[in-house]
Design a protein around this ligand. Structure first.
Ligand SMILES: Cc1cc2nc3c(=O)[nH]c(=O)nc-3n(C[C@H](O)[C@H](O)[C@H](O)COP(=O)(O)OP(=O)(O)OC[C@H]3O[C@@H](n4cnc5c(N)ncnc54)[C@H](O)[C@@H]3O)c2cc1C
Length: 386
């Protein structure tokens, strides 16, 4: 029997890939491995409904039996620990698994702040287990500090406010969600948080955690800022971005630089028969003429579908996505598509709180950000594809 196609990571990218392969009629043996236990699940809910619902349910992406129906072998609690790209052998906790093709879909994990490591009352959010811990901590309505005003930090702040906890948002940059949103919608987002009672501090650089020993445990009491002030806090959520999960690939000979370096077709560089998709992939974007790494759900799914097509022998071109991300905060549905880089015109079309900002360059719409305006955003997204 020939060696299987192996996928590392059973999250949105990995599960989408294997389902699409079967839909294309690929008959090869497929093995999916994941370090976590339980059934594969989706992440966006973890910073939204899961924090709020009285009886939260986990949105599973697949189960061992649903995948088995498609003759896909799922091995959970099975971390990949090493790789020999030349020999085409993956190592699973020391045991070898030879492969014909390997797809890396092992995602990313939250960055941390060294002085906060090991302090009781400091959390990050990536996994279901993290979300359960955060949900439990929020039920006591502690004084919350959200470190990092990215989309996940903003969602956690919104959930904490909805549960009645006092919230301070500490963002080092000039605006909230600055990696995704242009100044106009970011300002609107800041106002939304303030209207709901969160305190938003921009250009607030965190220096260290203030702690106090309680029952032999160093507990968080506050957060010191570079201006010398201290923000009182009993619970801090550190949401300052993620690092791709590549530590286990160190020294295997692959090109790793803030992700698995891939060509424009998502093939890992300097090796053969290895691909990377989702948050772990840093790929050459032909349109921007630079390497980029997406950390968004839709991008992960699109990459998975693209690589599945290539593995099925149907795709030869380069991956050319239109970035898209959404976020839900205080029951407001925020969507962003395209880019705002180099925009020379911003226009707001809307009816009160519902509407969209469109961003144009030389008369052509290049990006859109909507607030509770899915139809408007969809119309602009469709126009991008023409
Ligand atoms: C709380 C939260 C909320 C989000 N909300 C949104 C949103 O509203 N909108 C949006 O567009 N995006 C959102 N995202 C981002 C989106 O979920 C990610 O971009 C997406 O999950 C990336 O998918 P992935 O499959 O590449 O990686 P991941 O989902 O990170 O999954 C990687 C998998 O690989 C496994 N793994 C890691 N290392 C190994 C190893 N060595 N061996 C075996 N398995 C391994 C992990 O256990 C994990 O299951 C959110 C993310 C989080 C964390």
């Amino acid at each position: 029997m020939s060696e299987p196609l192996v996928v590392v990571g059973a999250s949105v990218a990995g599960i989408r890939l294997v389902g699409t392969l079967r839909r294309y009629g690929v008959q090869t043996r497929i093995v999916v491995v994941d370090a976590e236990g339980g059934d594969p699940y989706d992440k966006p809910q973890l910073s939204k409904q899961l924090l709020l619902d009285e009886r939260p349910t986990v949105q599973t992406l697949a189960t061992t039996s649903s995948l088995a129906r498609d003759r896909i072998e799922l091995r959970m609690s099975c971390p990949a620990t090493g790789l020999d790209p030349e020999a085409h052998v993956l190592e699973l906790n020391g045991r070898p698994l030879p492969y014909s093709q390997l797809v890396l879909a092992c995602g990313s994990r939250p960055r941390t702040l060294p002085s906060f490591d090991g302090v009781a009352g400091v959390l990050t959010l990536r996994t279901h287990r993290d979300a359960v811990a955060l949900r439990t901590a929020l039920r006591d309505r502690p004084q919350v500090a959200v470190i990092g005003g990215g989309l996940i930090g903003c969602e956690v702040a919104a959930a904490a406010r909805a549960l009645g906890a006092p919230v301070v948002m500490l963002e080092a940059g000039e605006r909230l969600a600055g990696r995704v949103l242009a100044p106009e919608p970011a300002e609107r987002l800041r106002m939304l948080h303030e209207e709901h009672g969160a305190e938003v501090r921009l250009q607030a650089a965190v220096t260290r955690a203030r702690t106090q020993p309680i029952d032999g445990v160093e507990r968080l009491t506050g957060i010191e800022l570079s201006d010398g002030t201290t923000v009182p806090a009993e619970l801090a959520i550190v949401g300052i971005g993620t690092n791709p999960v590549t530590h286990w690939l160190d020294g295997c000979g692959m090109r790793i630089a803030e992700g698995v370096c891939c060509d424009a077709a998502l093939r890992a560089q300097d090796v053969t028969d290895i691909w990377a998709i989702g948050d772990v992939a840093r790929w050459w974007n032909n349109d921007l003429a630079e390497y980029v790494r997406f950390e968004h759900w839709t991008g992960a799914r699109e990459q998975a579908a693209f690589v599945a097509k290539a593995l099925a022998g149907r795709e030869t071109t380069s991956f050319r996505p239109i970035p898209y991300v959404w976020s839900d905060q205080y029951a407001v549905h925020i969507q962003h598509a395209g880019t705002t880089d180099g925009a020379d015109q911003v226009e707001y079309v809307g009816n009160g709180a519902r509407g969209r900002y469109t961003f144009s360059r030389e008369g052509q719409v290049i990006g859109v950000t909507g607030f509770d305006d899915p139809a408007g955003v969809l119309a602009v997204r469709r126009s991008f594809r023409r």
